[in-house]
Each structure stands twice: as C-alpha cells, then as structure tokens.
Design a protein around this ligand. Structure first.
Ligand SMILES: Cc1ncc(COP(=O)(O)O)c(C=O)c1O
Length: 449
C-alpha cells in the first residue's frame, strides 16, 4: 500500500498580538536591500511565496492495520499492562536515552504525575518558566502549589538561571523549566541551584521531543521529564503524554500514580493502593505513536537543517534576532521563533510586520503573552484553598512580583514565530521567508505610512 499524506493545506497565521517594543533601540539606519525592491504584497505587489505549506497532522494509510487490530482485539485500555502501550514506552525511552518511560493521557497529566511523585503538595511553591503554555501554570495550581515565576532570558526565550535563587523560599519544592518551542534550557546552572537547595527538577519537555543539551536529550536532564503528544505536536496521537526518567523508584511511583494508585514494582504505597488517579494512555494512541517514531527522527533533522538556515539568514537582516541556544545544544523548533525590533523597520509594529509577512504568503504568528496578568492566577490565589494555605502577605508579595518579569515581557512583546510545519518545506521555501523579510525591511517606511 502506498503511503501518502492527507493534508497539505495552507497554514494560516494567527494575527493577534500587542504593540511592539524596542529592545535594543535604534542601532543604525535601516539598510535597503536592492534585490528586494519589489512592492510588498500588502501594497499591491506580488507575494513572495505562492502556494501552500505542509499541513498538520499527517497520517499514512500504512498505519491503518495496526489501529484496526486494536479495534478488533477489544483490548483498548492499558490497565492490565503490556501491548502497544508497553512497546511504545520502551521505544520512546530508548529514543531519548532514558531508562524508563510511563505514558499518560496528555502532557498536562504527565506534569501532574511528575509533580506529585516529586512531592509537590498543597502549600508548596514551584519555580516555573513564565514563557509557556498555560498548562505549566495550571499543573502547579492543581496541586495547590504556587507557580513562582523565574524571569525569561530574552536572548534564549527560556528560564534565566540567574533569576531562580532570589525566588526560592522555605516552601519551594521544585523547579519546572520549560524547553519552550523545543529550545533546550540551560540545564547545568538550573540543576546546580536545585542540587544546592535540595529541590526537585521536573522538565516540561512537552514541545521538545529529541531536543539535545550537551549530549543528552531533553526529558533526561532533571529528575523527571514530561512530554505531550497532542494533535499539534511533532509526534501526535490526538491527546497523549509521557514521563521519562532514569530512576526506577521514581518511575514506579509514576506508574502507580497514573494507574489509580495501584502498587507498581518496588513501590507498594501503603497497602495495595496509594493516592492516584487514572491518567492512562490507550492502545490506540500507542499504536499511532509507535508508527511515527522514524518520521519524528527524520523530520526533526529537516526542521533543524531549515532552522539553522533561517538563523544564518536572519543574522544578516537588521531588526530580526534569532534565538541564542545554550552551548552544545540543538533545538527542535516546535515554533521557529525570533525577536522583532520595530525601530529597525521605521517603527512598523510587530502586528503590521506579521500582517505584511502573511500577505507575502509566510504564516507568521505571535507567541505567548503575559498570561499571569490574565486572571487565572488571581482566581486561584483568591480561592478559599489558597487563602487557607498561604498568608495574605505572601500572596500579595507573590502577585506584586510579576512586575519584575522584565525579560519575559520583552519576549512576549517582540516574538515572531513560524509554525514547525513551515520548517518541513523545501530549502527554496526558506529562501522565500528570508526574501519576504528583506522586502518588508526595504519597504518598511512605505508600509508604516
Ligand atoms: C509547554 C507545554 N506544557 C504543557 C503542555 C500540555 O500538554 P497537553 O496539551 O498534552 O496536555 C503543552 C501542550 O501544548 C505545552 O506546550
């Protein structure tokens, strides 16, 4: 049976965003690239990129028999162990160089499991990356712990290790760095602080399948690592997640917790059951995931090659700054992200820049905003539970501390991203992206007017 892809639709850009911020001030007068003198599409010119971009998710006909086999077997749940779920857990652990893996129903439930196993409890505090999907905040809140935000390093988009220590209190139990967009955090200093202060490290690797830091994979750098296989992810199963790690003791606990608290391996709990819940993956999900491992490996390489190419090209254009990766690390680009400086584009705002890029056929989008100001945190800390667990002084100081997240604000206001499927396109398509940015740069004065 011939493999073929289902969707190759145009990826539409999300256009929402806030006013742009200058992070470096005007460094030099905008440079005009003569080669890109063609009129911008927004002003009636011809778009640089015509045609589509790869769509997502993709499926192949060759995957169907395994899914149908699960259907016909009647063995859909993984509650009794074995089957595709166990097979995928072994394969995924091997792929990441981890000793073990426990699959879960989602990335959120992987994080909930890992935090529980690392002992995060009601009234604790967890040091968290603020620049992340909202689930990272919520998993702390669901354990009735405060997500205390470290600042984001504007150059790397990840947790600034220098901002961690000042936020540690006698309630701090764990650090939760996020390898956002598949950009590895600088884990050495994070682990060193955690070790010195007796804190657990749970990696949110929900966007970082196969990300690498100093020869090891994301998800194996702390005590436990958490992954998501949600629909948009590089290895999707609709919903799904995993916890990885190298300690049998911790992974036995994860297995028990996500399986209704049933004893597992060396972990007996207090009798047959300990506190736990049902966060199990189904065999359908695992059958889908097992068949995507090779695809993930091949596509990760392609995203990297195209990402490196874009990074080299962007460095030549004033006003767009690629992400700085930690030494000896490799990102996997769930979004290819860079920072935009309007002062190099005659004051063209980030929104206008994105609109101009979209008009050129390049689907550009903004990233996360300052979600801690949105109301979720206020709702939580005003709840009866949090008010019982924390003093009014602590909650006020905690809420006030959001103003100190200057690096994070800068990233929220300047980030521009390209969805990962764009990086699965051809090298000539990467040239279109760079050409479109150079064109907008050359015509920025006209676009502002
Ligand atoms: C950084 C991050 N953390 C956590 C999650 C939660 O994963 P899930 O949606 O599978 O529950 C996601 C998913 O988008 C994520 O991107």
């Amino acid at each position: 049976m011939q493999d073929h892809l289902t969707r190759r639709g145009f990826v539409r850009a999300a256009a929402a965003g806030s006013a742009a911020l200058t992070w470096l001030g005007a460094r030099r007068a905008p440079t005009v690239f003569a080669a890109e003198a063609g009129k911008p599409a927004l002003l009636g010119g011809t778009p640089v990129h015509q045609g589509g971009w790869p769509g997502w998710p993709e499926w192949r006909e060759s995957w169907e028999p395994k899914i149908v086999d699960v259907l016909r077997s009647g063995r859909w749940s993984s509650s009794s162990g074995g089957g595709h779920v166990a097979e995928f857990e072994a394969a995924y652990a091997k792929l990441h160089g981890a000793k073990r893996c426990v699959t879960t129903a989602s990335g959120t439930t992987a994080l909930l499991t890992a935090l529980h196993v690392m002992g995060v409890d009601a009234g604790d505090e967890v040091i968290v990356s603020p620049y992340t999907f909202i689930a990272t905040y919520n998993v702390c809140l669901m354990h009735k712990a405060l997500p205390v935000f470290a600042d984001t390093d504007p150059a790397t988009f990840t947790m600034d290790p220098a901002s961690i220590e000042s936020r540690i209190t006698d309630r701090t139990r764990a650090v939760l760095p996020v390898h956002i967009y598949g950009i590895p955090c600088d884990m050495d200093p994070i682990n060193a602080i955690a070790k010195k202060r007796g804190l657990a490290v749970v990696e949110d690797a929900c966007q970082a399948w196969l990300g690498e830091y100093k020869g090891s994979k994301c998800g194996t750098l702390g005590d436990l690592g958490c992954f998501s296989f949600q629909n948009s992810k590089h290895i999707p199963s609709g919903e799904g997640g995993a916890v990885t790690g190298n300690s049998d003791e911790l992974l036995d606990r994860c297995q028990a917790y996500h399986n209704c608290g049933r004893s597992s391996g060396t972990f007996k709990g207090s009798g047959s059951f300990s506190r736990g819940t049902n966060y199990r993956m189904t065999h359908y999900q695992a059958a889908l995931l097992l068949q995507q491992i090779d695809k993930l490996v091949t596509e990760t390489e392609r995203r990297r090659e195209n990402g490196d190419y874009l990074t080299a090209g962007l460095k030549e254009i004033p006003g767009v700054e690629p992400v700085r990766l930690p030494e000896n690390s490799r990102a996997v680009w769930h979004l290819y992200a860079f920072r935009y400086n309007p002062s190099e584009f005659n004051g063209l705002t980030r929104d206008q820049f994105r609109k101009a890029l979209n008009a050129e056929g390049i689907p550009a989008r903004g990233g996360y905003h300052e979600q801690y100001n949105d109301g979720l945190i206020d709702e939580a800390i005003n709840s009866r539970g949090f008010q019982r667990l924390f003093s009014a002084e602590r909650l006020k100081a905690y809420r006030d501390s959001f103003q100190e997240l200057k690096g994070n604000r800068q990233v929220c206001e300047t980030m521009v991203g390209l969805f990962n499927t764009v990086l699965l396109a051809d090298r000539s398509d990467m040239d279109h992206i760079l050409e479109a940015i150079r064109k907008i740069h050359a015509h920025s004065a006209a676009l502002v007017a």
